[in-house]
Design a protein around this ligand. Structure first.
Ligand code: NCD
Length: 311
């Protein structure tokens, strides 16, 4: 199969097929088997620019750690405040400048469409590291890889996606990505944070979907629950946050109602939606999920930079 990631932008997970995602997952498996020296030749002398105009821990650091692990280097904007954006420079000029320094860039921005815009104005490949409430495709790639590794398959899984389904961008990429694998998805949220219609329309006929307010109704049926944080900073009114905060909490009592091997996933950061007591249970998979972030991102960058990946 021709490497479907070579030279491509990664803007929406909808731009990639089931076969493409499986190709990425095979490369992710390979990455884990390569020695330090074999990894180092995947991106020697190449530079990744991480342009982060919103906070990040895992996405930025895992991209940077991934790039270093395959022999490349990184330069970063970690706060717009420390760049010429503070002096009024626009995104166009920032991207046009950075493109002459780097081989590939990751952009996180509060505006929907920002990554697509960046990709259109630069010849260098752009990875969407989160675009407003729209999408976060590489998060979904690692989420689905986590399911594959820990459940042994992706096809026909029953997954509850819980929390802020209206503003959580990871949710959209996950739903679109999972739709390739015939899932049954239970969308669980307070009424004010239900998934946006655009996704329901897009997913019609591609995934079995149902909407719920109460996790207890369905917890006994699912392979995994994917918990998300209420996107406090994206809610239009602080009063809305007061209305919904604490409306769902995953604790050991709730987990006891699910299957013994129920997986609890979360893109992190968590606020109050998963109690820390859950961390000690075998169900808690969110930190392993974050570890897979570095592996999947190393695989992705390697494929974007090398037409012929290692055997
Ligand atoms: C998420 C994001 O930025 O969308 N974080 C991440 O990349 N793992 C989730 C969130 O902020 O709630």
């Amino acid at each position: 199969m021709i490497n479907p990631f070579y030279g491509r932008d990664i803007i929406s997970i909808r731009d990639f097929s089931k076969l493409d995602l499986e190709y990425l997952f095979r490369m992710s498996d390979k990455i884990q088997k390569l020695s330090h020296d074999e990894l180092k030749v995947l991106a020697p002398g190449k530079l990744l620019g991480t342009l982060f105009f919103e906070p990040s821990t895992r996405t930025r650091l895992s991209f940077e750690a991934a790039m270093l692990s395959i022999g490349g280097g990184t330069v970063s904007i970690v706060e717009a405040r420390t760049t010429s954006i503070e002096k009024g420079e626009n995104l166009n000029d920032t991207v046009k400048t950075v493109e002459s320094y780097v081989d590939i860039m990751v952009l996180r921005h509060h505006m929907e469409g920002a990554a697509r815009f960046a990709a259109q104005i630069t010849q260098k490949p752009v990875i969407n590291g989160g675009s407003g409430i729209e999408e976060h495709p590489t998060q979904a790639m690692l989420d689905i890889y986590t399911l594959l590794k820990l459940r042994g398959r992706i096809t026909n899984l029953k997954i509850a996606v819980i929390g802020d389904l209206k503003y959580g961008r990871t949710v959209y990429s996950l739903l679109y990505g999972l739709a390739n694998f015939n899932p049954q998805i239970f969308l669980v949220s307070p009424p004010d944070l239900m998934v946006r219609d655009e996704a329901l329309i897009d997913l019609e006929g591609k995934a079995k979907l149902s909407q719920h307010e109460n996790i207890e109704e369905i917890i006994q049926d699912v392979d995994a629950i994917y918990v998300t944080r209420i996107q406090k900073e994206r809610l239009p009114d602080p009063l809305e946050y007061e209305k919904v905060k604490g409306s769902y909490v995953i604790d050991n009592k709730l987990l006891s109602k699910g299957r013994e091997d129920l997986m609890v996933l979360h893109p992190l950061p968590r606020a109050t939606e998963i109690k820390s007591e859950v961390d000690k249970t075998p169900n808690a998979k969110y930190f392993i999920q974050a570890q897979y972030g570095k592996i999947v991102r190393a695989a992705l960058i390697s494929l974007m930079l090398n037409e012929q990946p290692p055997n």
